[in-house]
Design a protein around this ligand. Structure first.
Ligand SMILES: Nc1nc2c(c(=O)[nH]1)N[C@H]1C(S)=C(S)[C@@H](COP(=O)(O)OP(=O)(O)OC[C@H]3O[C@@H](n4cnc5c(=O)[nH]c(N)nc54)[C@H](O)[C@@H]3O)O[C@H]1N2
Ligand SMILES: Nc1nc2c(c(=O)[nH]1)N[C@H]1C(S)=C(S)[C@@H](COP(=O)(O)OP(=O)(O)OC[C@H]3O[C@@H](n4cnc5c(=O)[nH]c(N)nc54)[C@H](O)[C@@H]3O)O[C@H]1N2
Ligand code: SF4
Ligand SMILES: [Mo]
Length: 694
């Protein structure tokens, strides 16, 4: 007898696929895409198709472990859950007595994106405890902020509206790998004549399938956007009437555009002036025109302003509010969970101080004081592998006086340094509710199998921790379904998008579409900003001492470790810019311990342009050192013109424990913050490359 269980893919991906697990005798035997899901349409990506290998991976952690050797030595002793919780409670009570609860830092991110296992589990208990707050700025903080400041909300076209677009500019985004279910819609549109332009310093899988690939220097896209705007205005291709009616600050922006003639923009971006002119004309005369972005574009020091400048283009050409036109970024703004019912703020002590997750290493090493961080609790994230400046993160994790607990499915680069490791359930073993950032369906995930070994879900662990700390509030002890029901009810009271959507319906139907008045974002041309218009000039940015107009400034990394001199080790004219974008077969570091995925990805490699390789005496397949003031890592060179000269690329997500000298690409990345919202700056790091002598 097999049983079918409906669920949702929990991983950090805009598609949030509907999945079906077939279960026989308590074991999952088949796993596939839900044929009735309008986005998934029965197929899953290469990463998640063999999901049962992930769930039943021989290295799954199944029991609590206590460190017995030195930190990082890999010597463990199996303990019971009671012992583990007792030790955590005892250590925390000591820390709280001496330093206060803010000395405890929970660190979690996108292992799962569920309402219960991510959102409730990363807020309720920690708020009640009064722990430090984590500024969740590692991914798309600057773009989210820039879009909200400019347009008022993150609203985006459904994938299938691309059939109405005559032109699609995919800008610093690689959906073939990172939003795969958008691609069949795009390909269908292309067959009907839609033109596709990709703007990316790398010839990505997405760029290969485009009509035109433009490869600017990283971090210069803001100038490129302003250069396009310059030409559009100069040639009178803009819509003056629309700008006057629906924007704030058009005269000011217009004055600024004078600074961005094609020759100057060509110099900044490395894109030929003729190409810039051609793209401006194409964009302004081929409508509806859609600009599709994600977060890679803004993972640098100019990310916020870059997104602001791009947001101005659909305003110049009156593309907002058009079916198939405007900006496609994220659908997350349609449904924001009611903070009160989700997080229970009013029932908690005042929020603890905020620690930016991009500064984890620095924070552990003393940047954060009063109180210092004395305990770190990691779940749903692998900071030793995914946070910038990993050398600092690892040095922090090695601190003898830091009490570290890691709740994980696997012995990751982070878990290796824990004092206590707790086993976590996979999505097949837990209950959750998922909203997507690429579409507007809400999906219920029912548990298909019992937890492996003694694994517990994030939420069940939070319930146990709350009990251990003596917190008796019922909202800390709810079942997952009770959490979902409470948050749905609280959110429905303030957001009509949930009209008619109940837990019962979600449980029987699996996926339910949000109730939106129209699928076309900003169809009524009323923008939920302070002014009700597109804010080309944004007062609120000015108030934060940020440029209130979209602009561009050169902003490169110096490749140093917090400004420490490079001591002549690296010659400035041999510097390269390192991008570490999404790997096709991993989701950041998830699946990077799968033998099959590792075979697909091959050895840890760095892509380098033939000119740059020749200058350094590097040939195809050579072992190379990639270094800067922060660290030195080992890769194999892939010599290819898929990267533009001056740029090297090594995908994110590799585990350090699987790589050359035990250091993955994040040993090289900078923990400097971007121009807005504490954004990470992974895609614009200065490095030097040379051939490794045998
Ligand atoms: N297969 C796979 N899918 C994923 C992920 C994964 O790791 N693997 N990660 C998930 C996550 S966490 C996220 S946030 C999304 C991200 O989704 P994307 O934003 O699509 O992913 P990235 O690969 O980070 O960046 C996209 C592209 O930006 C380019 N880029 C970098 N710097 C610049 C620049 O300055 N200008 C321009 N024009 N382009 C630039 C990179 O070369 C890259 O090809 O994907 C999600 N989906
Ligand atoms: N160099 C470089 N680094 C980057 C980026 C980049 O572009 N370049 N991108 C950044 C971005 S956009 C993001 S979003 C981050 C993502 O970084 P993370 O949020 O850390 O994501 P993952 O690497 O997927 O690690 C998630 C971990 O959670 C575990 N996990 C999964 N489900 C559960 C669960 O239910 N409970 C518990 N306790 N654990 C679970 C998984 O086993 C995995 O080890 O990485 C960032 N790092
Ligand atoms: S990672 Fe994305 S494309 Fe793959 S199954 Fe999950 S939601 Fe679907
Ligand atoms: Mo992300």
């Amino acid at each position: 007898m097999t049983r079918k269980v409906y669920g949702a893919c929990p991983h950090d991906c805009p598609d949030t696929c509907g999945v079906i697990t077939e279960v026989a005798n308590g074991r999952a035997v088949k796993f596939y895409g839900d044929p009735n899901h309008p986005i998934t349409k029965s197929w899953l990506c290469a990463k998640v198709r063999p999901y049962l290998d992930h769930v039943y991976h021989p290295n799954r952690l199944q029991f609590p472990l206590r460190r017995v050797g030195a930190k990082g030595s890999g010597q463990w002793q199996r303990i019971s859950w009671d012992e583990a919780l007792g030790e955590i409670g005892r250590r925390w009570r000591e820390i709280i007595a001496q330093y206060g609860a803010a000395a405890i830092l929970p660190y979690s991110y996108s292992g799962t994106l569920g309402l219960v296992q991510m959102s409730a589990a990363s807020s309720r208990f920690w708020n009640r405890l009064g722990a430090s707050q984590l500024e969740r700025a590692i991914c798309g903080a600057a773009a989210e902020f820039a879009v909200e400041m400019t347009l008022g909300a993150r609203h985006s076209q459904p994938y299938d509206h691309v059939q109405h677009s005559k032109l699609v500019i995919i800008w610093g985004h690689n959906p073939v790998s990172t939003a795969p279910h958008f691609m069949p819609f795009l390909r269908a549109a292309q067959r009907n004549g839609t033109q596709v332009v990709v703007i990316d310093p790398r010839r990505t899988r997405t760029a290969v399938g485009a009509d035109w690939h433009i490869a600017p220097k990283p971090t210069t896209d803001g100038a490129l956007a302003l250069g396009l705007a310059h030409i559009i205005v100069q040639e009178g291709l803009h819509d003056e009437e629309w700008l006057r009616a629906y924007t704030v600050g058009w005269p000011e922006l217009r004055a600024r555009l004078v600074e961005y003639p094609p020759q100057r923009v060509a110099q900044i971006t490395g894109v030929a002036a003729e190409e810039i002119v051609k793209l401006a004309r194409l964009y302004a005369t081929t409508q509806p025109a859609l600009i599709k972005i994600a977060d890679g574009l803004q993972r640098n020091r100019m990310g916020g302003q870059t997104v602001r400048a791009i947001c101005a283009l659909p305003a110049l050409t009156a593309q907002y509010g058009q079916r198939g036109g405007g900006l496609a970024y994220s659908t997350s703004g349609y449904l924001k969970w009611d903070g009160r019912s989700l997080k229970h703020w009013p029932d908690c002590p005042p929020p603890g101080r905020v620690v930016n997750m991009n500064r984890l290493g620095a924070a552990l090493l003393g940047e954060v004081t009063n109180p210092p961080i004395m305990s770190l609790f990691v779940f749903g994230s692998n900071p030793a592998a995914i946070a910038p400046h990993a050398g600092k993160v690892v040095a922090g994790l090695r601190r003898d006086d830091l009490f570290t607990v890691v709740h994980e499915l696997f012995m990751t680069d982070t878990a290796v340094y824990a004092d206590i490791v707790l086993p976590a359930t996979s999505q097949l073993e837990q209950t959750d509710l998922h909203k997507a950032y690429g579409h507007t369906l809400l999906s219920y995930n029912a548990p298909a199998i019992p937890p492996l070994g003694e694994a517990k879900s994030n939420w069940d662990l939070m319930r146990l921790l709350a009990a251990e700390m003596g917190f008796r509030e019922p909202w800390l002890q709810q079942t997952p379904d009770e959490v979902i029901a409470e948050v749905l009810a609280g959110t429905a009271a303030i957001n009509p998008a949930l009209k008619g959507i109940t837990l019962e319906r979600l449980k029987t139907e699996g996926s339910v579409a949000l109730h939106l008045e129209t699928a076309v974002p900003f169809a009524d041309l009323r923008f939920p900003t302070a002014s009700g218009k597109v804010e080309l000039y944004c007062q609120r940015l000015g108030a934060q001492e940020l440029d209130p107009l979209p602009g561009y400034e050169p902003a490169s990394d110096d490749g140093t470790d917090d400004g420490q001199p490079l001591n002549g080790r690296f010659s400035p004219d041999l510097a390269l810019t390192l991008i570490s974008a999404a790997a096709h077969h991993f989701v950041t570091s998830t699946f990077a311990n799968s033998v099959a995925m590792l075979l697909h990805e091959g050895e840890p490699f760095i892509e380098i342009h033939p000119q740059d390789a020749a200058r350094r005496g590097v040939a195809q397949g050579d072992k190379v050192v990639v270094a800067n003031g922060r660290s030195a890592c080992e890769f194999v060179a892939k010599v290819t013109d898929a990267v533009r000269p001056g740029v090297v690329a090594a995908p994110k997500g590799r585990w350090s424990q699987h790589q050359g000298n035990g250091r993955n690409v994040n040993w090289l990345t900078s923990d400097a913050l971007g121009d807005m919202a504490g954004q990470s700056t992974f895609h614009s790091n200065t490095v030097w490359v040379w051939k490794r002598e045998a």
